[in-house]
Structures are given as C-alpha cells and as structure tokens.
Design a protein around this ligand. Structure first.
Ligand code: SAH
Length: 404
C-alpha cells in the first residue's frame, strides 16, 4: 500500500489540531512534499513527529482540511462510516423518517467532521456539493456509501460542485485538470420526484437550475416561527427565493402575502410553490424587484416582514460594506413597518458574526428612530450542527424584532 504523504507543522502549531480544529493554515506548515497535488490525502504531524490528523491538501490559506484525528485509510468503508454517522445523527433528531418533512441536510461540512462536503436529501434525490478538490475527487465513493445507507430509498445522486468549485464559485484555485472535468450532473439515477414536504408544506425543488443545492433548508425552523406570528397579518417576504416563508405564512392564515425577489427565476419558483399548496386560492402577489427599492416605497403597508438577503460578504475584505448594507436594509424596514410590526431579519454572511450583526441592527433601529424590542435570536437548525471546536461553522444569524 502507498504511504500517505506527510505534512509537518511548525513548532507550537500542533495545539489547534490537538483541539480538533479541522483547518491547518499555510502559515503553520513547515514542510510539505514537493510533488503534492491539490486534493491529495495527507497526514499531518507535529514538529516532534507526533501524528495529528488526516485530511485533504489544497494550496491556499487553508492548506489541509482534516477529516480524521485518528490514523485511518480513507477507503469506501471509512467514508461510509462517516456518512452513516451523519445519517444516524439526523435519525436521532427525527429527520430521516418523518411523515411531514422529507428534506434535510445530511452532511454539513465541518459540523459533521467532513470539511468541504455538503450533502442534502430531497425526498430520494441526494445533492452533493463539494467545496474542496479533495472531496470532489472522492465523490464516487460517497455515491457507493449513500447507496448502502439508503438502499431503495435512494433514487438519484446529483453533483452540483461546478458553482462551489469552479471559477465562478468560491475563490478556490482550481487545477486546470479539474476545471475541464467539472460539470454538474447525475452520478447515479437520472433525477426523480422534485416535490418535497417540509413541515407538511409542499415545495418543488429545482436542484439543477436553482440556487445552492436547490432550496434553503437552513430556514426550516424559522419558517415555522413565521407561521406562528403570521395569522391575520399583511406580510412581506423580501428576498423570497422559492417562497418558503410565504407558503408558511399563507398556510398559517396571513391576511395577505407579498413576495419580492430580484430574480425572475426565483419568482417563478415562488409562484409555482404557492400554486402547489393553494391552487389559485391564495391572497398572494409576487414582484420581481430590488428589495431596497421595494422597501423604500412600500414598507409602510405591512404588519410583518421577512428580510433574508443573500450573503453580503463572502470574504473578510467585504465585511464593512456588508455591515453597512444590513444597516441600510433594516433601517428601511424598521422605519416603514406599521406600529406593532414584527420583523424577521437574517444574515447568512459567515464573516459577519452575531455580535456584528446585532450592532448593524442596533444602528438601523437608531437610524429609524423607533423603539425596537428583540423578541428572539435565531440560528440554523439541528441538521446544520456546529462543532464546538469550529465556531466558524455558525453562519446563519437572525433576530425577531417588535417595532412599536
Ligand atoms: N428566503 C429564501 C432564501 C433567500 S436567498 C428562502 O427561505 O428560501 C436570497 C435571495 O435574494 C435570492 O433568491 C436572490 O435572488 C435574492 N436577491 C439578491 N439580491 C436581491 C435584491 N437586491 N433584491 C431582491 N432580491 C435579491
């Protein structure tokens, strides 16, 4: 058997992997083999030659993403055990066999000890999105593991790594070799049932053309909370994408719901999902519009708003601009909403942490000059677990505000 190449760390840099943090930064590395390629499996050792972990190598600031802290061989049995572990966790939180919900995140990267790997389950179709070249190279082994875990329940596996790995995706330096082979497509099956159930609500998922893996699964529990507050209210769902919040609000008895997104394709998905749940009977209208413009003109019509923008900052350098964006957006909402109004506001920018987001919302309230109470803090649900050793895994932050 081939030896796994060794990466040796500078003295003192073993502390982080010893505490199970899965990232080895390039500055911590003393020596890497010369012929090493992006995506290769490597073992990491301390300067005193003590084994620390096994992971995928990739040129860049995060040089190794560790997926094991025990010496292992990453064969199909290893990956199967890791994914089985992720499955067992979802089973224990009641997601794998649930009559009302058949869409959930099966693997959430570092939170499942699998940095660089996202796997979502959509009622029999599994969508894989890799964020590292190493995980991309392992994708066929994941399919084997998924077949064993799900058996007949698995209808197809779709690989959607082009956006997450390609030049248009994150700033990962992609090998020319990978770039040429990188295309989205089925690794197993040919696609099947697109309709899923989330808390009893129907959604049609477009994993091929839609954003991310097709649906924002991370808002499942926050949508339930929206339902709790929505009865009899006139609700604005800003940045609605596929209309998740709008469907819940209408089902719960909202008087009227307006959905806004700048993308025509997103509005088409929303209309389709409203239709799927209510036929033509819903008191709903959708608008292709810029949310800032729409709020500036119409905010005073609403009793309740959901503000769920895309990540305003994907990198640290954009953080200040992002905070200013959240401040401006939320000031428009807070200023305009009817007295006694409820705002669900979110940020999914990983580089804007909850304290910074809280500061942006406070500044927005001051700008709007109204009395605002915090009803509740929100996050992502249990199928997006955060490793206690990797707090960077927390990305979705939200607040429910009550505006007097
Ligand atoms: N709330 C959604 C997810 C929102 S994702 C859900 O629960 O599923 C963010 C959405 O914002 C995307 O659909 C994107 O098309 C839209 N968007 C981006 N910029 C926008 C803008 N300036 N105005 C309105 N929508 C925008």
């Amino acid at each position: 058997m081939n030896e796994i190449p060794k990466i040796i760390l500078n003295s003192g840099k073993e502390e982080s992997p010893k505490r199970f943090h899965p990232w080895i930064f390039s500055g911590a590395v003393k020596k890497a083999p010369e012929n090493i390629k992006n995506g290769d499996v490597v073992e990491v050792y301390s300067s005193k030659d003590a084994y620390l972990g096994t992971g995928h190598y990739q040129k860049g600031s995060i040089m190794v993403r560790l997926f094991s802290f025990n010496k292992i061989v990453p064969d199909v049995a290893f990956w199967k055990a890791k994914i089985q572990n992720a499955y067992n966790y979802r089973q224990s939180i009641g997601l794998t066999n649930n009559a009302n919900t058949n869409v959930y995140r099966l693997v959430y990267g570092e939170g499942d000890g699998l940095p660089g790997l996202i796997i979502d389950f959509y009622n029999g179709t599994v969508v894989i999105q890799t964020h590292s070249i190493g995980m991309y190279r392992e994708r066929h082994l994941f399919v084997e593991a998924l077949k064993e875990i799900y058996g007949d329940k698995l209808k197809s596996v779709y690989d959607k790594s082009k956006e997450s790995l390609g030049v248009s995706g994150t700033k990962i330096p992609v090998d020319s070799e990978i770039e040429s082979e990188l295309k989205n497509g089925y690794l197993f099956g040919t696609g099947s049932e697109k309709e899923v159930l989330e808390n009893g609500h129907k959604f049609s998922i477009d994993w091929e053309e839609g954003q991310k893996t097709g649906f924002f699964i991370d808002q499942r529990e926050n949508r339930k909370l929206v339902a709790q507050y929505a009865p009899n209210k006139k609700v604005l769902d800003c940045f609605c994408y596929a209309g998740g919040f709008s469907v819940y609000a209408l089902k719960a008895g909202a008087a009227e719901v307006h959905s806004v997104d700048s993308s025509k394709a997103a509005i088409k998905l929303t209309d389709n999902n409203i239709n799927l749940n209510f036929g033509g009977a819903a008191n709903h209208t959708s608008h292709v519009a810029d949310a800032f413009d729409f709020l500036g003109k119409n905010a005073s019509e609403y009793d309740m708003m959901i503000i769920d923008p895309p990540a305003f900052a994907k990198h640290r350098d954009a953080r200040h601009q992002a905070v200013m964006g959240y401040r401006r957006l939320n000031a428009l909402a807070i200023k305009g909403i009817k007295p006694g109004g409820i705002i669900f506001t979110f940020s999914c920018s990983q580089v804007v942490d909850k304290y910074l987001f809280h500061g942006a919302i406070t500044a927005a309230a001051i700008d709007a000059g109204r009395n605002v109470r915090i009803v509740k803090y929100l996050s992502h649900p249990a199928d997006h677990p955060i490793s206690i050793y990797h707090p960077e895994g927390e990305y979705l932050k939200g607040m429910i505000l009550f505006v007097e």
